[in-house]
Ligand binder design. Structure first.
Ligand code: NAD
Length: 493
């Protein structure tokens, strides 16, 4: 039986007993060699479902399906494409509780975070439904006066989309919605840890009127060879990837062999800078959001907290109280505020980083040791006096650990913030707007939260500088432009 939203509704969120086929050319299939991937509930380690483990042959079939659907989709009127995208938004909103529960089950995030993700993910369809009918070109006279210059924007071609496990719905819709708005057809390869949401959404797209072959979804434990095979097909013209910087680098190398356009949303190491004149409660509220959304498993998560000496003790104590009070538990439990990490390996990495920081002199204000209970839990942790050379100041923690470091001057804060190869997000708290804007322009990052702990918004360009990536998702024209190519026509008449 195939997974779809109605079945989930009827079965009260119990995903056991369902099989989840590869979604290719509008049909549900097993993999060509029949192999399966177990899907694990991170709160218990129990297997909750199995999905097909696609082969190169399956990936080739998915590209073939996307190619077959391409012409018809690009010739579909923008208004019609827009209405289908709008329907995707409406169905996601209607099914938000089901989708949130599914995300929470396979990813482990607290239900309240999962609900937030579904709302955010759905907004990409609403925003791109609105953008789909506003794609315009350019018309001008050549400086020589000999001809006119016409610039048309065309869909780039077949797109391979690769997404991580930390936002199983939003990272997919942030790519699929603008790609479809632009008139492209796609093959999505979601993370094998969280495939159920991607398949549930595929069923929903079909119900919303997305034609067969326009969106194809496949899961695999062998992403390297499958991606190489897809990128080698000359009809594939775009790779849009969200994930770690390491894998992004590998994929840029692979794409370079075929000169394929790449959008890369990669890792982060966000500084969270609090000046003495900040509103303390607002800074603590912001820190809790920036650090603890998805239990710290976010590319925009505050990874390093730099606090000026005058407010340091009050901030550290306030953060300790709030972090220690968080309710830890299985994501789907109604009162959970901090769910488990995605895997045991993720917990071990956090443990290693905390031990390293403590070994270098950091003080544990709360948490600081792996939980005894079953499942992949790490408790909310605050470390103070973390030295700038601690490994966690340079690596993504991707967990509920807040390391605090003291600073004295504005110049020191900017130097600390920029002392990383990453440049995705940064947060600044100050009541002095002039200083806020000055520091915002001094920090090397694609996105700044000034007196805000959350900046993700489909209407704004999301993306990073330095090793955090290439290209932007969302925003006016930015997101769609990643899936279009300019065609210039010189015309004399
Ligand atoms: P990851 O790089 O391990 O995996 C991401 C995706 O790439 C998965 O689907 C995975 O199966 C696939 N993949 C892995 N190796 C591959 C290969 N050789 N060829 C093709 N595909 C391959 O990352 P992750 O652990 O799933 O996600 C966490 C990372 O993602 C963090 O670094 C985080 O900062 C980053 N992230 C970035 C953003 C952003 O917008 N910048 C958003 C979310 C997550």
């Amino acid at each position: 039986m195939n997974l779809n939203a109605q079945q989930l509704d009827q079965d009260g969120y119990d995903v056991r007993g369902f099989s989840h086929g590869l979604y290719i050319d509008g049909t549900w299939r097993s993999s060509s060699d029949g192999r399966l991937i177990d899907v694990v509930d991170p709160s218990s380690g129990a297997v909750i479902a199995a999905v097909p483990d696609a082969t190169v042959e399956d990936a080739t079939a998915a590209v073939e399906a996307a190619a077959k659907a391409a012409r018809r989709w690009r010739e579909t009127a923008p208004r019609k494409r827009s209405e289908i995208l709008r329907r995707c938004f409406e169905l996601m909103v209607e099914r938000s509780e089901t989708l949130a529960m599914l995300i929470s089950l396979e990813n482990g995030k607290a239900l309240r975070d999962a609900r937030g993700e579904v709302a955010y993910a759905a907004e990409f369809f609403r925003w791109n439904a609105e953008e789909a009918v506003r794609i315009t070109g350019e018309f001008g006279t050549a400086p020589s006066g000999t001809n006119r210059i016409v610039v048309d924007y065309e869909p780039i071609g077949i797109c391979v989309l690769i997404t991580p496990w930390n936002f199983p719905a939003a990272m997919a819709t942030r790519k699929i919605a603008p790609a479809l708005a632009a008139g492209c057809t796609v093959v999505l390869k979601p993370a094998s840890e969280t495939p159920l949401t991607a398949y549930a959404l595929a069923a929903l797209y079909s119900e919303a009127g997305v034609p067969a072959g326009v969106v194809n979804v496949l899961t695999t434990t062998n992403p390297g060879p499958l991606t190489s095979a897809m990128l080698a097909d000359p009809r594939v013209r775009k790779l849009s990837f969200t994930g770690s910087t390491g894998v992004g680098r590998t994929l840029l190398g692979e794409a370079s062999k075929h000169v394929i356009s790449c959008s890369m949303e990669l890792g982060g190491n966000a500084p969270f800078v609090v000046f003495d004149d900040a509103d303390l409660d607002a800074a603590l509220d912001g820190a809790m959001i920036a650090k603890m959304r998805n239990a710290g498993e976010a590319c925009t998560a505050a990874n390093r907290l730099y606090v000026q000496s005058g407010i340091y003790d009050a901030f550290a104590d306030g953060l300790r109280k709030r972090m220690a009070a968080l309710k830890v538990g299985a994501g789907p439990n109604a009162d959970t505020e901090c769910g488990p990490m995605i895997t045991r390996k993720a917990v071990d990495k956090i443990d290693r980083l905390v031990k390293d920081a403590v070994g270098r002199g950091a003080k544990v204000l709360c948490g600081g040791a792996i939980s005894e209970e079953e499942g992949f839990f790490y408790p909310p942790t605050v470390l103070s006096e973390v030295p700038p050379d601690a490994e966690m100041a340079h690596e993504e923690i991707f967990g509920p650990v807040a390391p605090i470091t003291r600073f004295d001057t504005e110049a020191q804060a900017i130097a600390h913030a920029n002392n990383t190869e990453y440049g995705l997000a940064a947060y600044i708290y100050t009541r002095d707007v002039g200083r806020g804007m000055r520091v915002a322009s001094g920090i090397e990052a694609g996105m700044i939260g000034l007196n805000r702990g959350l900046m993700s918004d489909p209407a704004a360009p999301f993306g990073g500088v330095k090793q955090s990536g290439l290209g932007r998702e969302g925003g006016q024209h930015h997101g769609i432009a990643e899936f279009m190519e300019a065609k210039y026509i010189a015309v004399t008449f």
